[in-house]
Each structure stands twice: as C-alpha cells, then as structure tokens.
Design a binder for this molecule. Structure first.
Ligand SMILES: C[S@@+](CC[C@H](N)C(=O)[O-])C[C@H]1O[C@@H](n2cnc3c(N)ncnc32)[C@H](O)[C@@H]1O
Length: 268
C-alpha cells in the first residue's frame, strides 16, 4: 500500500493554519470561555471530572481543551504538527492543562506507555485511517480495564453520498464496501468557502459500519450503545439547513438518511 501520510499531513497542516482563524472553529469565543462541544458528545461522555481522557485526532485542540475545562485530564493526539502546535499554544496561553502529542493514531502505543479512563474521537476521523482492525487494537491497548470508548462520527452512509447530490435526488457517489484507498483532489476546507490557491491531493477510505464494530469487538471491547442521527456538524451539502444549535439538516420532506452516529463501548 502506498504511504498516504505525507500528502494527508500536508493537507491537515494547511487546514490547521486556516482553521485557527476560521469562523467555523470560532477560536475567539473559545478563548473567552465558550465550549466547542455539543450536548450530544457531552451526554455520551457522561461525567468526565477527574478522569484521564485521550482524544484521538484532536485537530487544533479546542474540543480537547473544552473537555479539560470540564475537569478531565486531557491528552490530545494528532499527526499534524501545525495542529498540535496551535493546540499546545492555546493550552499555554489560556492556562488550561493539556498535553498534546504529534503522532499517527495507528502508531500511538509505541509512543505512549499508559492507559486512560476514556478514549474519545469525533467528527471526521475514520476516513483518514486505512485499517480499523489496527485502530481497534490501539484503543484496546490505551484504555484501562473498565475504561470507556466514545465516538461521534459522520455516518458511513453520509460519506458515500455523491458530493453533487440534490435534495430531490440523493445518489451514491463512492463505494460503501470497497477497502481500496480513494485519492481525491481537495479544493478547500469544510470550514470556509474560500478555495485553496493550489488544489491538494488527499487519500481517504470508506469504512462500512461492520468494520467499525469489528475493529472494536476484535479488541475485546463491549459495545454499550449505538445511535444514528439525521443531522451533522458541518454543511455536507450546500443546500442543507442549520438550526439554532449549529447542527445541519436535510431540508424537510426529503427522504431521511443517517448523517451521524454515536457509539460507546467498554473495555471489559
Ligand atoms: C476532521 S479533523 C477532526 C475534527 C475534530 N474533531 C475537530 O472538530 O476539531 C481530523 C483530524 O485527524 C487528523 N488525522 C488524520 N489522519 C491521522 C492519523 N493517521 N493519525 C493522527 N491524526 C490524524 C488530522 O490531522 C485532523 O486534525
């Protein structure tokens, strides 16, 4: 398999540089004390006060540090050095305790010799990972016995919808079961409408639900809950409608499809 990392790291470094000033991430309000978390993940996480929490693919760290503000002892991991440096700088500037590590998620156990009460990951993470069996093993190794895993993520069905779908014509544009790497030309970021000066090549994978379950079950985790939602955290299609809480929905009267899922599991 070709090494996808140089291209994907370059892409996420570019996005981290844009996102620290993008309205979508609203770092100015975060600096003033506003949480970047939704009720949905807070409910799935439960009481995190005093717990050690590992946040996988933490991006620029605003969610990680929002979790720290709620009392968790947080460690964020991301393979983008730019994202990790924005997160580390925010932690220092705002005096919020947090540790950030630059690493590929799938190689983390080689670098991190400890276990956590909670492992958390969210919103746009799985499509960047080639191997969910290995991902499950990483989570299994880094969780304490009795520790909880929580994920809130774009639904695989939403991922395979064609980018040019119209409200009256939802179409499949990407394979659901194909494990091959998809190489895509990215013209910009989900966080702004401003295109890149130069498009960037990136590599992604579709992961069917069964692979997500298999990765976690294969690592000895017990699945405690699984829910699907008709909303998502970003504007997947230009014609989606937002609500007062910042969620994006398909317009009313359309066929309903899942756009997001949450899953919680325990290491027995
Ligand atoms: C869509 S963002 C996650 C979003 C995050 N929940 C947020 O809203 O800020 C995906 C993140 O995954 C990271 N990433 C992608 N592949 C990775 C890998 N193999 N190991 C570690 N981080 C990775 C990227 O650098 C990026 O910061």
């Amino acid at each position: 398999m070709s090494d996808h990392r140089p291209a994907n790291t370059a892409y996420w470094n570019e996005l981290a540089t844009i996102h620290k000033d993008a309205a979508f991430y609203d770092v100015a309000s975060f600096r003033m004390g506003k949480s970047t978390l939704h009720d949905l993940e807070l409910e799935e996480l439960g009481d995190i006060r005093g717990k050690s929490l590992l946040h996988l693919q933490c991006h620029i760290g605003v969610d990680t540090l929002s979790l720290a503000r709620l009392g968790a002892r947080v460690t964020g991991v991301d393979f983008s050095d730019k994202a990790v440096s924005v997160a580390t700088e925010l932690s220092r500037e705002l005096s919020i305790d947090g540790r950030f590590i630059q690493a590929d998620v799938l190689e983390l156990p080689r670098l991190l010799d400890e276990q956590f009460d909670i492992v958390y990951t969210s919103y746009g993470v799985l499509c960047w990972l080639p191997d969910l069996m290995k991902w499950g093993q990483v989570i299994g190794k880094l969780l304490k016995r009795g520790g909880r895993f929580v994920i809130v993520e774009d639904h695989p069905l939403a991922y395979v919808l064609d980018d040019d779908c119209q409200p009256d014509n939802l179409k499949i544009g990407f394979p659901y079961f194909d494990e091959a790497m998809l190489t895509i030309t990215a013209k910009g970021t989900y966080a702004t409408d401003i295109p890149f000066e130069q498009p960037m090549e990136i590599h992604e994978w579709t992961h069917p639900l069964q692979d997500i379950f298999a990765g976690l079950l294969g690592a000895g985790l017990r699945i405690d809950s699984f829910r699907e939602y008709r909303k998502c955290a970003w504007k997947r299609f230009p014609w989606m409608v937002s609500d007062d809480n910042g969620w994006w929905h398909l317009p009313p009267n359309m066929l309903s499809v899942p756009l997001l899922f949450s899953l919680t599991a325990t290491k027995e």
